[in-house]
Design a protein around this ligand. Structure first.
Ligand SMILES: [Cu+2]
Length: 232
């Protein structure tokens, strides 16, 4: 009898715990705050150019590799801003990146762990090749007829994405541990919505300029502005 009771209690506990673990975390619609991040870089843009002699119809005759993109008011594009330690359910929308003009568009995409659609709007042969440590690497041809390839990345990590057909192609897939992130636009700005109130560290990552952090406090119903300057 005691055994049966113990089993019953264990079952109830397990059920209770799992209900708790899977209950949706309020994304902050009620009570969250926003972060408006502005990332700047007080240096020159880094753009490499390369002569192209294959697939020129789609790729053009010159590849432009934008390693550091600096826009108006020194705004730094393509930086991933994220809120370390914030808790929230993964994003419901599937991430995507396109291969267009023999470039990854956008150059930097951020997502929560899960699937990403890798598109081939060029309609030529590309070969996805990723460099990662936490996730398994992918080295896979994407023939011209294959418009979309869906891949999964389950572990948070910054993954380098290249193409073995077009050596200059370079992109990044940022797999983030929580849904509170943004990628800076041409003006170095990004806005992160519905962050649960609290004190956090804001992480900024850039493919060439590395990482930087800044403390931030999010208050319910308010927008906090944070300025971060990336160093060389
Ligand atoms: Cu390619």
């Amino acid at each position: 009898m005691r055994k049966v009771l113990a089993a019953f209690v264990t079952l109830a506990l397990v059920a209770g715990v799992s209900v708790f673990a899977y209950s949706p975390v309020p994304a902050g619609a009620q009570g969250g705050g926003a972060i408006e991040a502005s990332v700047t870089y007080n240096g020159a843009p880094v753009v490499e150019k390369l002569k192209v002699n294959k697939d020129t119809k789609q790729c053009g005759t010159e590849a432009v590799i934008e390693k550091v993109v600096v826009g108006g008011n020194k705004g730094l594009a393509n930086a991933v801003v994220s809120v370390a330690g914030a808790k929230g359910a993964p994003r419901a929308m599937k991430a995507e990146i396109d291969q267009h003009g023999c470039k990854f568009v956008p150059r930097v995409v951020a997502m929560t762990p899960g699937a990403i659609d890798i598109k081939n709007s060029d309609g030529i042969l590309h070969n996805i090749h990723t460099y990662s440590t936490a996730n398994a690497s992918i080295n896979k041809a994407q023939p011209k007829f294959k418009k979309v390839m869906t891949e999964k990345f389950d572990k948070p990590e910054f993954i380098k994405l290249t193409c073995d057909v077009h050596s200059w192609m370079l992109g990044w897939i940022a797999v983030m541990p929580n849904p509170f992130f943004g990628v800076t636009d041409a003006n170095g700005a990004t806005r992160i919505e519905n962050v649960p109130p609290g004190k956090y560290t804001l992480d900024v990552w850039h493919e060439t300029l590395g990482k930087q952090t800044k403390a931030v406090e999010v208050k319910a119903g308010q927008t906090v502005k944070v300025a971060i300057e990336m160093k060389k």
